[in-house]
Design a protein around this ligand. Sequence first.
Ligand SMILES: O=C(O)CCC(=O)C(=O)O
Ligand SMILES: [Fe+2]
Length: 255
Amino acid sequence: MSAIENALDQLERDGFLLVKGALTPAEVERTRSRINYARQMGWEEGLNAVGNMWFDTLLEREPETFAPLVGHPSIRPHLEGLMGKQCQLRSLRAHINPGPYVQEWHLDFYGYWEEKRAAQRHRLAAAPVGVNTTFYFQDNGPGIARLTFIKGGHLSEPPHLYPLDRAKFEAWCEQSEKVVLYPKAGDAVVFFSHIPHQGAKENASVERSNVVCHYQVTPMYEGAWHVSNPRGYAGTFPFSKSGLYTPKPAAGAAV
Ligand SMILES: O=C(O)CCC(=O)C(=O)O
Ligand SMILES: [Fe+2]
């Protein structure tokens, strides 16, 4: 079996996969500095209660830096292997954790399980699914920062999601078995968007940032419950013939 098939087996079994050295040191340094530049420019959408500052516009503002992360060669075989041409970029979101940071336990694709149930009630509907690729720009490590997953949390439905009872859901996560990852600068973590996870700093003073690309297998309708908004349709399929940023043919153009 090929190395990539083994990696995909591991991803399907664990719900996540650490891809070491996904970015070169030069890519890390460039991207890290442009995320910090975005903060200097005040381009953040906000800073939430758990200490996460987020930026939703960097792909538009600085495509020369951020577009290469979309379907990046380091994670392309994984995305293509999982989704092929149906792989759609849902969103690209950068984060900075400027101070203390302990993220809420969460799923990026909160609606996964209810959508799966809903799809079963229709003869033709496909259940939507999503994948994160999260790139790290500083070293995580014991005493520094971490990313934690609920062990097997992608395989069966967590309790207290529909409707979300956050206190009970988080208490369930706290008492569940976990796996802690310490991605280093330049590493990427590929994971199913519906596995419960939590990022955290153990040292509030370290610099920490990441870029999360959300992908999905279309179709996913607009109102599906996900932490990010979809980018629309045209130009969002990195492995289709047209790829990203190719102009749409004019309506009514001769074919
Ligand atoms: O490492 C982190 O801060 C959390 C990352 C996260 O929530 C994500 O990639 O979806
Ligand atoms: Fe997340």
